[in-house]
Design a protein around this ligand. Structure first.
Ligand SMILES: Nc1ncnc2c1ncn2[C@@H]1O[C@H](COP(=O)(O)OP(=O)(O)OP(=O)(O)O)[C@@H](O)[C@H]1O
Ligand SMILES: CC(C)(CO)[C@@H](O)C(=O)NCCC(=O)O
Length: 368
């Protein structure tokens, strides 16, 4: 027998970030006949709309490959769905919620991320909803913990031989006993956290050179329009045409301090030459932008991990979406510069942990 939920449906967690808004929706699949008969139309409409589509409006997308089935939450069994749309469309989302009559449901709306604060007044003004706000980094840690424990296929993975295209392998990593570990959340900007236990963590550092910087610079420099386009362009480019290497400066290795010739000495360093600027392609520039941002994040992460005496570093955030180039670069850089002492780990649900943690907070909260 199922226990009756303390929190009325629908169950959502929302993470409104600087670039993307993420939504985790729990679809109950153990609805009794009695519940079906009494389920209000609005609830049914929302459930059917979200689970019956993979795209919403022009820009909303459900990441079907990330769906988690057979989840048990608060005594109910169902599926977790993962949906994202650009934060720039937030007002359209609020209008959609209005059109679907969402505010008529006596439910809490929980949100995290900067947008929970930024859009609070809009929710109140346009749909008369009070947002319950939760901290984005608390939610991130809670979400990582839940998804890693409850994903039946392996959530956590690493790259073996990340720098050898032929021999590189993506392998599962057993993250059951993870503490202490570091989280590097690469969103628009980057936050770095040291996690000591399930409810003990600190934000130890951050950098404004993040996913937003990559996309911003790449669109400026190459004229591309979307993140997917920028990554595709980068995959065809060669950053050596843009960056100056140790070899370009030394004519070979810098032996005294163990700097091999192929290491980047100066990101974008070749671009001071008119001749090089004229011969470089857009793809080369996209790749160099990606590598510059990625290496900088890996470098700061490595210094933080060494400072904290932590060996495992988990990289998350939507910057890593469809971006194996950066993941392999990070894996190689962490391994190489720490002489094998640090391990870069990755999680399948990349950018959804904040929204997942937010859903868990909603269920903890119960009715007002
Ligand atoms: N479809 C997409 N549109 C825009 N950016 C994308 C997309 N897919 C991946 N990205 C990358 O993901 C980044 C945003 O990641 P994420 O959603 O984790 O952060 P955010 O929550 O928006 O930012 P922050 O946490 O700094 O507020 C973008 O800056 C971009 O590099
Ligand atoms: C401001 C946040 C936390 C919003 O998610 C993120 O974009 C970030 O950590 N930016 C980097 C800020 C810093 O320089 O530490």
């Amino acid at each position: 027998m199922q226990s009756s939920p303390t929190e009325p449906f629908p169950w959502f967690g929302m993470d409104i970030g600087g670039t993307l808004a993420k939504l985790v929706y729990f679809e109950p699949l153990d609805i009794s006949t009695e519940e079906k008969e009494t389920e209000v139309d609005t609830l049914k409409t929302i459930r059917k709309y979200l689970t019956g589509n993979v795209a919403y409006g022009k820009t909303g997308i459900r990441d079907v490959h990330l769906e988690m089935t057979n989840q048990r939450l608060m005594g109910r069994t169902g599926s977790l769905h993962f949906i994202r749309f650009p934060t720039s469309e937030m007002m359209a989302f609020i209008e959609l919620a209005k059109a679907k009559n969402f505010p008529s449901l006596a439910s809490n709306i929980c949100a995290t991320g900067g947008g929970a604060y930024k859009f609070e007044q809009d929710f109140k003004l346009h749909v008369n909803l009070d947002l319950k706000k939760f901290d984005e980094l608390d939610c991130l840690i809670k979400g990582i913990h839940y998804i890693d424990r409850n994903n039946i296929s392996s959530e956590c993975y690493y790259f073996k031989n990340p720098n050898e295209p032929e021999a590189c392998e993506k392998l599962p990593f057993d993250f059951r006993d993870p503490y202490p570990y570091m989280v590097v959340n690469i969103g628009s900007g980057v936050s770095m956290l040291a996690v000591y236990s399930q409810d003990n963590y600190q934000r130890i550092s951050g950098t404004s050179l993040g996913g937003g910087t990559f996309l911003g610079l790449c669109t400026l420099l190459t004229g591309c329009d979307t993140f997917e386009e920028a990554i595709e362009l980068a995959s065809q480019g060669d950053s050596k045409n843009v960056d100056k290497s140790v070899k370009d400066i030394y004519g070979g290795d810098y032996n005294k301090f163990d700097l091999p010739g192929k290491v980047v000495a100066s990101s974008f360093g070749h671009m001071i030459s008119k001749e090089k600027r004229e011969s470089v392609s857009k793809a080369d520039i996209a790749k160099a932008t990606l590598v510059t941002i990625t290496n900088n994040i890996a470098s700061i992460a490595r210094m933080c991990a060494v400072n904290q005496g932590i060996e495992r570093v988990v990289f998350v955030g939507n910057f890593l979406r469809v971006n194996t180039i950066s993941m392999k670069h990070i894996a190689h850089a962490m391994d190489y510069w720490s002489t094998g002492n640090l391990k870069a780990l990755f999680l399948e649900h990349e950018g959804y942990f904040g929204a997942m943690g937010c859903l868990l907070e909603l269920l903890k909260t119960g009715p007002p």
